[in-house]
Every structure is written in structure tokens, then in C-alpha cells.
Design a binder for this molecule. Structure first.
Ligand SMILES: Cc1cc2nc3c(=O)[nH]c(=O)nc-3n(C[C@H](O)[C@H](O)[C@H](O)COP(=O)(O)OP(=O)(O)OC[C@H]3O[C@@H](n4cnc5c(N)ncnc54)[C@H](O)[C@@H]3O)c2cc1C
Length: 423
């Protein structure tokens, strides 16, 4: 297909959750959208646990009911545990919402299948999808953008009034425009992860719960992604892992022996496929919208995987970008500085609501306070809503969450909550 000969309304770089959401919502109102992805789908991707408050976008895309029909694992909550196996805090999302505001269960997804479904959905709504095609360069002109795309031996020069960068950690626009980054005060991490059969899981409704096990240098995730398979990942501080003489694979194997909670969960586990690694993924660009482009999802901002917010944030930012374009009086008029600000403030506000909670989790004192929910049930409920992905807390909830941060700070100097030994 000669992509350069066609007239496009928008070029979307990246066919992950962000790209396919933006493409579907633009195609819905008749826009001619080209989505390209450098990979062929279905392709592997990390990020398998979704949040209930992301369901709104899935319903808008007409995908939510299909996830259950297609056998994706329903996730009603998250279980937090210390590696020393001294207790568990169970977050059941439904408990924290009144009947009328129940978001419904979230899902754990094998991303290859999930992303393929989303991209097919965009295609079925009218977007043109080309996989195995890589965006190479980008220039923003007064009235259009120009993107150079390579597909095998072929080079396409494509123009459109709009570019949506949904390239995830590929950071297409960030790199092309050499955008400055924002320092978020989060230490770089490294992750080693793989799939296992026979991992311990709870029974019944809780069988789809994600397990988070905190140890002294990081944490493990346990995400049931099918009846058989569990995704297991170990996250550590990059500096600590680098200083350690052992490789990440060796540290992973060591944790299976040395950490009681991990040992218990992995007693009958059998590895399926290879262990993979990823590191140093935290990024935020200073500007994530320009006169003729939006940067959505991870390509704009990604902090940390701990609360499984990445896909939801990609959905929300992509839907916002599409809605802003669809709502414009003159579709081809460039984004005004105020429109750019509206977009940027909204997506950073969402991420910033989670940022201090992420930092508190990595702070052992914060973790200790979090693991003692019964002393302040209203604070715990406010945090439960936040962990479900409700990133616009009410004023009372904001005060309760501040109460948690205050308790975390006090825990350094006095015993607000019992100390928890971490190994
Ligand atoms: C260790 C780890 C664990 C995580 N766990 C979770 C989790 O449990 N739950 C959760 O919600 N999130 C999780 N995330 C985050 C989640 O993976 C991302 O937030 C999410 O995938 C973002 O979606 P996206 O559409 O922005 O980008 P992506 O899903 O990364 O999609 C980007 C696409 O762009 C394509 N691309 C890149 N560059 C180019 C180019 N130049 N040309 C063409 N195509 C290009 C890529 O091939 C890719 O398909 C995790 C992240 C990490 C690092």
C-alpha cells in the first residue's frame, strides 16, 4: 500500500493500548486514521494487570464485555504481603465504591492477545493499521506533520494535520524533538520477569487477585493471566542490582529460596519460557503536546508498575487527545497553547495523584503503615479507591490520603504501625 499517496487526518505511531484507543475514537467520527506499529501483532508486551477505573474506556471502545467472553482473568482486587510472610492486606475494590459507582471487575490480560484485540477493534471502526512499519523521522510544519515511515525496504513519506505519538517507551516524538525530561525523584529500577505454571493462588473470587510481595530491595508481582499461567516479576532498585555480584536471574532464583512468601507461592512452580528483563523506564517529558501533536501513554509519562496504572493512563490520555481533536471547531486548526496546557495538565495530574503513593510504597515506613489498615478504615477506603484507579479523589478522600502520608512520615520517628521485618 502506498501510504504517502493517501490523505490522512491523523497518523498514530504505536498500536498499543494508547494508539488503538486514539485511533478507534477518531475513526468513530469518520476521521481517516493511519496507525503504524513497528512490530507484527500479536506481539509480546509487559503490563498485564488492569485497573477497574480503566473499564470506562474499555466500555467506550465496546471491548469490556468481550474480555470476559474471551476468557481473560477477572481481577477483583490486590493482595499485599511482606516477604517475611507476616500477614496480608487484601484490597477488594468493590468494597470501596457505592453501588451506583461500581466500576466492575478489572482484568488480567495476556498483552499479546489484549493489544491485538484493541488494534483489531480500531481497524474494525475504520482505522488503517499497518504493522511491521516503523516511524523514523517527524517534522512539524505550520499546517501539517510529516512522518517518514519504513516498512521493510519501502520508505513512505506521510503527511497529516495531526500526529499522535503512542510509541510507548520507544519515545518517538520525545527523541525526535529532543524534548527535555522532568526529574520525578524516583530511583531507576530493573525488572526480571517470566511466566510460570503451578504458582499458588487463592480460591474462588480471589483467584484473580494480583499478589504484591514487598522485600527489602524491591517487590515481586504475581499476576494470574490464565487458568494455568501466572506472570511473576521481580522489581529491584537498579543501583542495588548493579552493585550486586549476582545477575538478575541469579537474584530471582535466590529469592525463590530465601524469601518465605515467595518460596511458599513458588513451591510447585514450573517456568514456561524465558526470563526477560527491562530497566530504567521512568520518564516524563516536560511538554507532551505541540501545535500539531499529542504524546499519549508511556511515550509521554511512565512512573512505575507497582499499582498497575500504565494501561489505564494510556487509555485516558489517548481518549482525551482524541476527544480534544474531535471537539475542535476547525479540525485542522493547530492546538492553541491553552489546548496544549489543558491536555498536559490533565495527564500529569492523573500521574501526580499516584506519584506520592508510589514513593510511599518504596519507603519501608510507608509500607508498614499501609499494612495496618484496620486502625484507620476510612483512610484505607480512600486508598482503595485510589488503587482502583480513581485519580480524582473527593476532598475528604484527599484529606484521608494526606493522613496516610502524615502517618508514613511519623512512622520514621515513632511507632504509628507495627514494624515489619523485610528480608
Ligand atoms: C515492568 C513493567 C510492568 C508493568 N506492569 C503493568 C501492569 O501490570 N499494568 C499496567 O497497566 N501497566 C503496566 N506497565 C505499564 C504498561 O506496560 C504501559 O503503561 C502500557 O503498555 C502503555 O501503553 P502505550 O500504548 O502507551 O504503549 P505500548 O503498549 O508500549 O505500545 C507502544 C507501541 O509502539 C510501538 N512503537 C514504538 N516505537 C515505534 C516507532 N518508532 N514506530 C512504530 N511503532 C513504534 C511499539 O512496538 C508498541 O507496540 C508495566 C510496565 C513495566 C515496565
Amino acid at each position: 500500500m502506498k501510504l504517502g499517496d493517501r490523505k490522512w487526518d491523523a497518523v498514530v505511531v504505536g498500536g498499543g493500548p494508547g494508539g488503538s484507543t486514539a485511533a478507534a475514537l477518531l475513526a468513530d467520527v469518520g476521521r481517516k486514521v493511519l496507525v503504524i506499529d513497528r512490530e507484527h501483532f500479536p506481539r509480546f508486551h509487559i503490563g498485564e494487570s488492569l485497573l477497574p477505573c480503566g473499564n470506562a474506556v474499555l466500555r467506550r471502545l465496546g471491548i469490556y464485555d468481550r474480555l470476559e467472553a474471551e476468557g481473560f482473568v477477572r481481577k477483583f482486587g490486590v493482595d499485599f504481603m511482606p516477604s517475611s510472610s507476616v500477614g496480608m492486606v487484601r484490597v477488594n475494590f468493590a468494597e470501596f465504591f457505592p453501588e451506583a459507582e461500581q466500576p466492575g471487575p478489572a482484568f488480567n490480560v495476556e498483552r499479546s492477545r489484549f493489544d491485538d484485540l484493541l488494534l483489531e477493534n480500531a481497524r474494525s471502526r475504520g482505522a488503517t493499521v499497518v504493522t511491521g512499519a516503523s516511524a523514523k523521522t517527524f517534522r512539524e510544519h505550520e499546517d501539517h506533520v510529516e512522518v517518514e515511515i519504513t516498512e521493510g525496504e519501502t520508505t513512505h513519506r506521510v503527511t497529516a494535520p495531526w500526529l499522535i505519538d503512542a510509541s510507548g517507551l520507544g519515545h518517538f516524538v520525545g527523541k525526535a524533538l529532543k524534548l527535555p525530561r522532568v526529574e520525578l525523584g524516583v530511583s531507576p529500577k530493573i525488572v526480571c520477569f517470566g511466566y510460570f505454571k503451578g504458582v499458588y493462588r487463592s480460591e474462588g473470587r480471589e483467584s484473580g487477585h494480583v499478589g504484591i510481595v514487598r522485600f527489602d530491595h524491591g517487590w515481586f508481582w504475581f499476576i494470574p493471566i490464565s487458568d494455568e499461567l501466572t506472570s511473576v516479576g521481580m522489581v529491584r532498585h537498579l543501583s542495588e542490582a548493579k552493585a550486586n555480584a549476582s545477575s538478575m536471574e541469579e537474584l530471582f532464583a535466590q529469592a525463590l529460596i530465601e524469601l518465605p512468601e515467595i518460596r511458599f507461592r513458588m513451591k510447585r512452580a514450573e517456568q514456561v519460557g524465558e526470563l526477560r528483563k527491562v530497566s530504567d523506564y521512568t520518564t516524563r517529558y516536560k511538554t507532551v503536546a505541540g501545535r500539531r501533536h499529542f504524546i499519549v501513554g508511556d511515550a509521554a509519562n511512565f512512573i512505575d508498575p507497582i499499582f498497575s496504572s500504565g494501561v489505564m493512563l494510556a487509555f485516558k490520555s489517548a481518549a482525551l487527545a482524541a476527544d480534544l481533536l474531535n471537539g475542535k471547531k476547525a479540525f485542522t486548526a493547530p492546538l492553541t497553547p491553552s489546548e496544549q496546557r489543558t491536555y498536559q495538565q490533565s495527564i500529569f495530574r492523573d500521574a501526580d495523584t499516584l506519584l506520592p503513593m508510589i514513593k510511599a510504597f518504596y519507603d519501608q515506613r510507608g509500607f508498614e503503615v499501609f499494612m495496618n489498615p484496620h486502625s484507620a478504615p476510612k483512610i484505607f477506603a480512600a486508598m482503595g479507591r485510589l488503587l482502583a484507579g480513581k485519580l480524582d479523589p473527593t476532598f475528604p478522600d484527599r484529606m484521608r490520603i494526606q493522613g496516610f502520608y502524615l502517618a508514613t512520615w511519623l512512622q520514621r520517628y515513632t511507632k504509628v504501625a507495627p514494624r515489619i521485618p523485610l528480608q
